[in-house]
Write a protein that binds this ligand. Structure first.
Ligand code: G3H
Ligand code: 13P
Ligand code: ZN
Length: 308
């Protein structure tokens, strides 16, 4: 099946009240595991590539691996640039076959963020490529956000409407309390669903994106810690919250940390239990199996099973 754009996938997600999983890919085993899981669950898929992934594995290798996946799987798959940080990077990815890009100007003042997004939109749209932008900051665990600070850090619903109108972006990543990595909350996990609702009211029928949405599954954190890892206090977004968000206009849920944890936990286990083993297939294979099972579970959490 040929690659699809995220625009095609979001139309179904909005109508069906589910979210499409956007999984970060860095190598063959990760791509195979995600695609096989989606195939078995008959789910549409977004494979996303960060600047770092592109540097690590190289554009050509990742695109050929994804091409192989498209040849063997009968699924709508979009290839998306995650956290593009410049016009040039977005242009390179659009010219190189990506079907969707993110330009992340969330660290910039509003007008500069809008100008950067608009420049990417003006290049992307005539080429049929939709653009994701971000407004607001994804606070880390070190920045515990209380109610008085939330307005300064999280996405402002009024600004969101202005931002979309002026920039011409096709989807918007919002900050409502999620953050990247394995340490998302120091105490009780909390997302600002009221804010999400207000954003949705200001942008009816507009696709929203949730970054930093890994659950940081306890099973894998415990396995990592049991076999020599050091991830004390790792905590993610509870699955119930991801399911709740998926039923709103959140059409894309980004997952990377959960893939990393599944892979690392499995490899640590093999290394600890079979110290004599040195065939990479003997630890990358189980890692691939663990990622596949985790992704199948995740697709159920997103409500996207059977929607391909
Ligand atoms: O949000 C970032 C993703 O987890 C990608 O991470 O830049 O280390 O590839 P990366
Ligand atoms: P996690 O770190 O929660 O997996 O988030 C990934 C992400 O947002 C990629 O853009
Ligand atoms: Zn992100």
């Amino acid at each position: 099946m040929p690659k699809v754009s995220t625009r095609d996938l979001f139309a179904g997600a909005l109508e069906g009240g589910y979210a499409v999983g956007a999984f970060n890919v860095n190598n063959m085993e990760i791509i195979q595991a995600i695609v096989e899981a989606a195939q078995e669950e008959n789910s549409p898929l977004i494979l996303q590539i960060s600047k770092g992934a592109r540097k690590y594995a190289r554009h050509e290798y990742l695109m050929k691996l994804i091409e192989a996946a498209l040849e063997t799987a009968d699924l709508p798959i979009a290839v998306h640039l995650d956290h593009g940080d410049s016009f040039e990077l977005c242009k390179d990815c659009i010219d190189g076959g990506f079907t969707s890009v993110m330009i992340d100007g969330s660290h910039l003042p509003l007008d500069e963020n809008i100008a950067l997004v608009k420049k990417v939109v003006d290049y992307a749209h005539p080429r049929g490529v939709p653009v994701e932008a971000e407004l607001g900051r994804l606070a880390g665990i070190e920045e515990h956000v209380d109610v008085s600070e939330a307005d300064a850090i999280y996405t402002n619903p009024d600004e969101a409407a202005e931002f979309v109108e002026r920039s011409g972006c096709d989807s918007l990543a919002v900050a409502i309390g999620t953050s990247h990595g394995a340490y998302k909350f120091k105490s009780e996990p909390k997302l600002d669903f009221e804010r999400l609702e207000k954003i949705q009211e200001k942008l009816p029928g507009f696709p929203l994106v949730l970054h930093g949405a890994s659950t940081v599954l306890k099973e894998f954190v415990d396995l990592c810690n049991q076999y020599g890892g050091a991830l004390p206090g790792a905590q993610g977004v509870p699955e119930t919250m991801i399911t709740k968000a998926s039923k709103t206009n959140v059409c894309k849920v980004n997952i990377d940390t959960d893939l990393r944890l599944a892979m690392t936990a499995s490899i640590r286990k093999v290394f600890a239990e079979k110290p004599e083993e040195f065939d990479p297939r003997k630890y990358l294979g189980p890692a691939r199996d663990a990622i596949k099972d985790m992704v199948k579970h995740k697709l159920n959490v997103l409500g996207v099973v059977g929607k391909a």
